[in-house]
Structures are given as C-alpha cells and as structure tokens.
Design a protein around this ligand. Sequence first.
Ligand SMILES: Cc1cc2nc3c(=O)[nH]c(=O)nc-3n(C[C@H](O)[C@H](O)[C@H](O)COP(=O)(O)OP(=O)(O)OC[C@H]3O[C@@H](n4cnc5c(N)ncnc54)[C@H](O)[C@@H]3O)c2cc1C
Length: 434
Amino acid sequence: VLTIAVVGAGPAGLYLASELMAATDLEVRVDVYDRLPTPFGLLRYGVAPDHLKMKALGIPLQRTVDDERVRFFGNVELGRDLSVEDLRERYSAVVYCYGASSDRKLGIAGEDLVGTVPATEFVRWYSGHPDTVTTAAVVAAESAVVVGAGNVALDVARILVKSVTELQETDIPQPVLDALAASAIRDVHILVRRGPAQVKFTTKELRELGELDGVDVVIAPGAMDLDPESEASLEDDRVAKRNVEEMRAWASRTPTGAPRRLIFHFWTSPTAIEGEDGVVARVVTDANRPVAGQDTEPIDAQLVIPSVGYFGVPVPGLPYDDASGTMTNVEGRVQRDGADAPGEYACGWIARGPSGVIGTNRSNAKRVVEAMLADDLPDAEPWDAAAELTARGVDVVTREHWNLIDAAEIALGGGAGRARTKLETWESLLGARG
Ligand SMILES: Cc1cc2nc3c(=O)[nH]c(=O)nc-3n(C[C@H](O)[C@H](O)[C@H](O)COP(=O)(O)OP(=O)(O)OC[C@H]3O[C@@H](n4cnc5c(N)ncnc54)[C@H](O)[C@@H]3O)c2cc1C
C-alpha cells in the first residue's frame, strides 16, 4: 500500500489527493492533515464570500474528503502536534501543501499603527477565520486606503463598500455582517504603484466594482492618458486592454453623488502612514509619475490595508527560501542540500508562491503526482493516526466531525434564509461536533 501524508487541506492538498487516486491502479491511502478544523484552505478563508461560483469549487473538493481512501485530520498542526520526522518515518511520501499564510510588508513608517490591517488579516476577519484578531471597530473608519494592484486588493475594497443587502446571500458570519451593516465607510482609496495598463486585476473582478449599488468609481481622467509604450503593450495583452477600456469608461462618467466612493490613485506609492495617539490618521504618498487631475495631498484615513501579496512561512525541519517565501523544490520535489529529498514533495502556494487561480493548483498537483509515480516510492502500512495523536493530547477533528460542523453552518444559514452562515470561533467550530 502507498500511504501518503498531505499537509494542508486547501485546494492544492485536496487536488493532489484526487489526482493521485485517479492516476494509479496501485492501492493508495491518503491522510490529509490541517491545522484548522475545516478543509478547503483559502477557498474557505480567502476567496471572497460574494464569489459564489468560485466557492462552489468546494463541492468536488468535498467529494475527495469523502473518499473512503482519504482520512481527514483537522486541528493538527505540522511543527506543533506533528513533526516532519513523524511523517517521513510513517509514510511512503509526504506532500507539503500548507500554503502562504503571512503577508509581504510595505516597509514604510507607521505600518504598526492601530488601524493598519494587512489584507491577510482583513480577509481573515470577513471570512470568519477563527484566528482573526480584528474587531467590528475596524469599519468605524470613514476613509480607508487599500494599497495594491491585484485581485485581493479589489476583493478588500469591494467588501468595504458593498451594501449588506448585496452580501446577504453569502456565508459571512453574522457578527461581521452586522459590523458591515453599521459601517461608516464613505471613501476607499486604492493606491496603485504603476498605471492602468500594468494592473494585475482580472477584468471580471474589475468590472464588478462598476456595478455596485450606491458606489461611484472615481479615476482622474489624466490617469487614462497612457504613454505610447503602455498604449502599444495593450495590443499584445487582451486582459490589460479590456481593463483599460473598463477604466476609461469609468473615468468619463460623471459621479452620481453616491454615498460611497472607490477612488483610484495611479502611479502612487505610500511613503508613510502617519498617526495621532498611535492610531492611523493619514497616508503620505509619492507620485511615481505626475497624473493630471489626481490629488497628491496626504490622504486622510482611519484604516489602511496593505495588499501587496501573501507570503509563505517557514516550518521547522523544512527547507525554506526566505526571498520568495517558498519551500525549496524542483518540479515539486523538495530539495535538501541541493538534491531531491526522497519521499518529500511540495505543491500549491508553498511550492510556487502566491499566484494563479484555484485551477492552477490542480495542474500543479497533476505534475507533482507524475513526479511521485515516476519515483520508486516504498510501501508503508497506514498508522493509527487518530489514536496516536489523541494519546499525545491532540484534539483531532475527523471527517465525521467536519461533517457535523458543516451541517451546523448550513442549519445556521437556513435559519436566516441563507445557504450557510460560517461559525467564526474555535469554540463554536469545535463545539459543533456535539
Ligand atoms: C484573498 C484571496 C482571494 C482569492 N480569490 C480567488 C478567486 O476568486 N479565484 C481563484 O481562482 N483563486 C482565488 N484565490 C487563490 C486561491 O485561494 C489559491 O490559489 C489557493 O487557495 C492556494 O491553495 P493552497 O492549497 O496552496 O493553499 P491554501 O488554500 O492556503 O491551503 C493551505 C492549507 O494548509 C493549512 N496549513 C497551514 N500551515 C499548516 C501547518 N503547519 N500544519 C497543517 N496545516 C497547515 C492551512 O490551514 C490551509 O488550510 C484567492 C486567494 C486569496 C488569498
């Protein structure tokens, strides 16, 4: 029997399990460990709650969790409850799929002021992640600054300005929904280091901003006068071309006087976050290029959300590249001392860095499975993980427990006319096991 340990029950880990079972006639058993009591990783705690079509990717992933060849061990953290050696000794192979849970810093003064909340943490809050430390006070701000030019920045900005009526059908935990309903937000400023032709947004995400109720999108017309080089680059880049078309249409709109505004600042970098009494008061910026009609004054704000990328964290006993925040690997084979480490593989964001869509993890998983099957993996007998971990004092969450948590969230949502309402604390998640 090939027994495989997968660390991380996010898209990468679960695709890895399903691709492996589909690719071989060999008898395979897959144990999936996650530090959380719930599977699905950033599909559950990253992908925006109002992106219901994306969230539906959880349905096939749940089928993998339900497969009789798969066991789920939640609330088990590699490095805390389980060591790398534990896994290497017991399995034919270990696949590390534990994602990128930290964030890149802006590296400017004021990043530690109260009111500066990295996107990783703000996303955790509205997603109901049990480790969030953010409270409802965060949306007492009237003006917020989001720094970044990727889809996560757009998610964050959209959730801040979107009406609660439009968020009603999502799985957002009730306390978060109540906070957003009482939110004082009027203006959300999006600072983009370069120009409209260089943003990393996907057009679908960008377009959503223009369709929100009660929100004006503001772009200085001068920002859309592209330099000849940028204009020429659009010919080879369909996404950038459509993005620019969309933004040109917004720039030419007359503001309707809507209660909330999304204000883009192109060619603008923050240089300092200034506070009063330890609390964020304004963001000082630098224009990387002059833009006609775009304000260069410091931006008054009570909330600043840097959104310049997720970043992987090191785990004891595993190779780590601190420049990229990834686990050192070649085509998914983990590297130790410059050579392939037998029986150790990496997949998903910890292997590639935080880029691509959910589906990218599936093609990544396929390639790692090919490498695994090409290597001559030894057989190993399944170990009694639940019993041994429990003996160590670990409160293991099994698949049956997760099914109870899942049912409790669906029941909670049903009471409010929604498909699901997330439980957002460790206590409520673990308590739902009965
Ligand atoms: C805010 C945001 C929005 C996104 N929106 C979209 C979108 O709309 N569409 C799209 O296609 N993609 C989107 N993505 C990208 C998508 O979420 C990722 O591609 C995908 O989740 C990466 O999968 P992964 O399995 O590598 O990592 P993750 O999803 O992060 O999964 C890693 C898992 O490992 C667990 N873990 C971490 N450390 C340990 C440890 N020490 N021991 C045990 N377990 C551990 C974590 O709890 C987690 O469950 C978004 C990402 C973010 C951050």
